[in-house]
Design a protein around this ligand. Structure first.
Ligand SMILES: Nc1ncnc2c1ncn2[C@@H]1O[C@H](COP(=O)(O)OP(=O)(O)OP(=O)(O)O)[C@@H](O)[C@H]1O
Length: 559
């Protein structure tokens, strides 16, 4: 569809209540995939939609699902489950349910949606299903468990089936569940597959689920264009990575919500404990945390309680829906398949909202992982930056990413070098080294243990056990960490002498700016106190575009 002929939501024959909800979400116009898929789905076509991560696929299928239910309700008063939306993990199911919730804000009585993906009580879910909500969101295994237990029947009424993150369905081991599930559906229904890639798995799923589908493979790069998403890299070894991160955060040169990616679960806690020493708060996200905690971390981050989330995309060893699938089916083979899955990082498909920066503290292990990490920012129509720290050992990985991005964007060199004069912030480096070393392996292990302990204490299922065994509860509560990292309140403050010369109140005049640095506003800056001044300076610039502590020595340069 051409740019000049952009279709607007109000031209799509959508119900007024839906249009009002969309306008409340602040979406000015449909994204490309929405513009293309919504009319086809409203026409009743089966659709396979492939569009890049963050391009708005969830609304591309939920808007027509809601609209079709509203249409059906105009012609029939029969209450039944009309749409089944499947997704491979609880987090993703929760996310879809939340989007449906926002879109049905003005018609919540007419269109009811429930999410049964959690491992909650089957009996409670059975009674919720007996109320015949219009939309059911679930993992394949959970809905199949209800079908097998005769808690629900879908044979007569289902009008739409959606499989989101279709490229993950097989790798999460759901192939047989999907096949079995289809036998519980009516002969005729409309089906949609949504995916960020067109892998072999998606093509196999397409054969099983769709009939005469329209395949929407949008001719767009897999990441947002460079006008929306900027990519930077800087070379640094371990100790320096930590010092640079500390300096960037403390000097407010990184602004807005930030996801910091590391390679392992241990490093998640290491970085969290490191930042904590400077009073920089963060929450963690990794595959070791139970799904409910992961959902809570993402929610707290999305609601703004934390500005920083430290995430590891180390492969999960548990099942995406909390091991339930294996308990139910006992299929060892599927478990090993899941373990080998390359793309099952916990952040995959998660809609972290309003993320301004992704920082690759550890460089991702392959191009696909880079794309998934980068796709957590610049979602929808927002702006974002990716800054990757690259050690010598990681350089070949970076070169592969660089080549890939250049190819994706027709020869445009999108991965730019981000120069940083670490010498200018020597004081930061000195403090950082001590703080980094203070986070010993024992401290990391205890942070992990304390997370598990907290989970046990909060676990509803264990409440009965603790009531019967109060001594165990007391022991668990007493069992405090022995080797925590010693917090030094003075580290939270950045004294004047640590600031780069150009940012000090009594510092020398900045040297002439580099050709591509923004013009300095000298007079205004001289009136600020030091802290206020460097904050002001930081706000003047896009940090990842123009970090210039000492303009001449530290300005970004294109490679
Ligand atoms: N029309 C729109 N205008 C502006 N923002 C939008 C629009 N549609 C969706 N968004 C926003 O874009 C973000 C990404 O949407 P969504 O999660 O549906 O992407 P996705 O394509 O499913 O990504 P992934 O493949 O990673 O799951 C969300 O925060 C959503 O609120």
């Amino acid at each position: 569809m051409s740019e000049d002929k952009k279709v607007m939501f109000h031209e799509m024959e959508l119900d007024d209540r839906l249009l009002k909800a969309i306008s409340q979400l602040g979406w000015p116009h449909p994204t490309l995939i929405q513009e293309t898929a919504i009319p086809l789905l409203l026409e009743g076509k089966d659709v396979l939609m492939r569009a890049r991560t963050g391009s708005g696929k969830t609304a591309a299928f939920t808007i027509p699902v809601i609209q079709k239910i509203l249409n059906l309700k105009n012609t029939s008063a029969h209450q039944c489950i009309r749409a089944l939306i499947l997704s491979p993990s609880k987090e993703l199911c929760g996310q879809i349910t939340s989007v449906v919730g926002h879109l049905t804000l003005k018609c919540a009585r007419e269109v009811r949606c429930i999410d049964i993906s959690s491992n909650g009580d089957m009996q409670i879910q059975k009674s919720l299903l007996a109320d015949k909500p219009d939309i059911v969101v679930s993992t394949p295994s959970r809905v199949l468990a209800h079908l097998k237990a005769n808690n629900v029947r879908l044979k007569e009424d289902i009008a739409m089936l959606v499989v989101d993150e279709a490229d993950l369905v097989f790798s999460f081991g759901y192939e047989n569940e999907i096949k079995e599930l289809l036998e519980h559906l009516p002969k005729i229904y409309q089906a949609v597959l949504a995916s960020a890639t067109l892998s072999d798995d998606v093509l196999s799923l397409k054969k099983i689920v769709l009939r005469n589908p329209v395949t929407l493979k949008l001719e767009e790069p897999e990441l947002a264009p460079s006008t929306q998403l900027q990519h930077y890299h800087l070379f640094a070894e371990e100790d320096d990575k930590a010092a640079i991160l500390y300096a960037l955060l403390k000097l407010n040169l990184i602004r807005g919500k930030t996801i910091i990616f590391v390679r392992t679960v241990d490093r998640c806690y290491k970085l969290k404990l490191y930042l904590e020493q400077f009073k920089i708060g963060s929450c963690v996200l990794n595959s070791e945390l139970p799904a409910a905690v992961r959902c809570m971390s993402v929610e707290q981050f999305n609601r703004g309680r934390y500005q920083i989330i430290v995430a590891s995309d180390e492969k999960a060893l548990e099942e995406p829906d909390g091991g339930m699938m294996l308990e139910e089916t006992g299929k060892k083979k599927q478990k090993s398949k899941r373990r080998k899955d390359k793309e099952s990082g916990v952040s995959r498909g998660i809609d972290f909202q309003h993320v301004s920066n992704v920082i690759n503290f550890d460089f991702p292990l392959d191009v696909t992982a880079y794309v998934h990490r980068a796709g957590r920012t610049a979602r929808g129509t927002s702006q974002g930056s990716v800054l990757s720290f690259v050690s010598i050992r990681e350089k070949p990985l970076m070169n592969a990413v660089k080549e890939h991005l250049t190819k994706c964007f027709n020869g445009q060199k999108v991965l730019q070098k981000y120069s940083f004069a670490l010498d200018e912030v020597e004081g930061f480096r000195y403090r950082s080294r001590d703080a980094w070393r203070a986070v010993t392996r024992v401290a990391v292990r205890e942070a992990r243990l304390s997370e598990i302990r907290r989970e046990l204490l909060n676990c509803k299922r264990l409440q009965g056990y603790f009531e019967e065994n109060p001594t165990d509860l007391a022991a668990l509560k007493r069992d405090k960490a022995l080797h925590t990292v010693r917090l030094q309140p003075q580290l939270a403050h950045v004294p004047e002498y640590l600031l780069p010369a150009a940012l000090r109140t009594d510092g020398p005049e900045p040297e002439p700016a580099a050709p591509d640095a923004p013009p300095a506003k000298k007079k205004k800056q001289q009136n600020f106190g030091s802290v206020k001044r460097h904050k002001y300076q930081a706000r003047q610039r896009d940090p990842l575009k123009s970090f210039a502590v000492k303009a001449a020595s530290a300005s970004p340069s294109k490679t």
